[in-house]
Design a protein around this ligand. Structure first.
Ligand code: PXL
Length: 283
């Protein structure tokens, strides 16, 4: 079984970061180690929240893992709380990266043209250094703009996404997959470009509802798919399809959008969708 480690916060309530990554990766048959970077009462979209920074734990935990000879097939980062935490994560990559493991970075810091409230305008430059070390990055369009200093647009065509992708690769990552891309009303999807010039895009239906934490759900499913041996395009498509399933399941309840999506009831479906993609690959 593949073992990954995810470096993100624990938001105790609100279905994001580690409380999404852990159950999703477990369900997909991947051992999920965690390195919690902070503990919050909820994510930062709730009006009131507490936050205990755990930056001082990153190095001793990494030291202990190194002494134990613990290795990871994948290293996955999401929301990071500060510029200095970005630097610590870069050091962690340097220590635990190897020729046959995969670094996936979800630069979770912004959406709808705006940085999350906890960050100031100097933060994207620090996150860009984390992205530089990744095999795959998964920014949404807002994050791609902030990482590359590109003006954010809500109306665009494939040329804009191609320009953003090229600029993201210039940061140093091997593959840039931009999420939340839409060229036609009613469609939403993902588009990637890699260093070899290979391109791929996949679209599913656009859902009118929007919930917190769907980016974290998306990235966790992508990594699970990759660790189970799916090609990147299949992993991105599986994740897109599963997010739609979860949004639709949530939309029938009256759960507030900041509580995230009800992925729990859909885990059997995820296992089936993964099995279908894996068997399609073998046939
Ligand atoms: O879903 C991204 C995320 C993760 N963790 C925390 C957050 C957010 C987004 O706002 O606040 C603490």
């Amino acid at each position: 079984m593949k073992r990954i480690v995810t470096l993100q916060d624990i938001s105790c309530v609100g279905r994001c970061s580690i409380t999404v990554a852990l159950p999703i990766l477990s369900a997909m048959g991947v051992e999920c180690g965690i390195l919690p970077t902070a503990v919050l009462s909820t994510h930062t979209m709730f009006k009131t929240f507490t936050c205990k920074d755990l930056s001082d734990q990153i190095e001793p935990i990494a030291d202990a893992w190194e002494q134990e000879g613990i290795t990871f097939d994948g290293i996955y980062t999401g929301y990071l709380a500060s510029a200095s935490q970005c630097r610590q994560v870069c050091e962690f990559f340097d220590r635990f990266n190897s020729s046959d493991n995969l670094i996936l970075v979800d630069p979770a810091m912004a959406d709808n043209g705006k940085l999350y409230p906890a960050f100031d305008s100097s933060f994207p430059a620090e996150m860009a250094k984390v992205c530089a070390k990744a095999d795959i990055i998964l920014p949404n369009i807002t994050e791609a703009c902030l990482l590359t200093g590109t003006p954010y647009r809500t109306e665009y065509g494939p040329d804009y996404i191609a320009e953003l992708s090229e600029k993201l690769l210039q940061l140093g990552c091997r593959t840039a997959a931009i999420t939340g891309v839409s060229y036609k009303p009613g469609q939403l999807g993902v588009a990637y470009l890699n260093k070899d010039g290979e391109k791929f895009s996949y679209f599913t239906k656009w859902c009118p509802q929007s919930y917190h934490g769907t980016g974290d759900l998306y990235s966790s499913v992508v990594l699970g798919g990759l660790m189970r041996g799916l090609p990147l395009g299949d992993a991105l498509a599986l994740a897109a399809d599963f997010v739609v399933v979860c949004i639709e399941a949530t939309a029938v309840s009256d759960s507030a959008r900041w509580y995230g999506v009800e992925f729990e009831s859909q885990i059997p479906k995820l296992c089936q969708m993964l099995a279908d993609r894996l068997s399609g690959q073998n046939s």
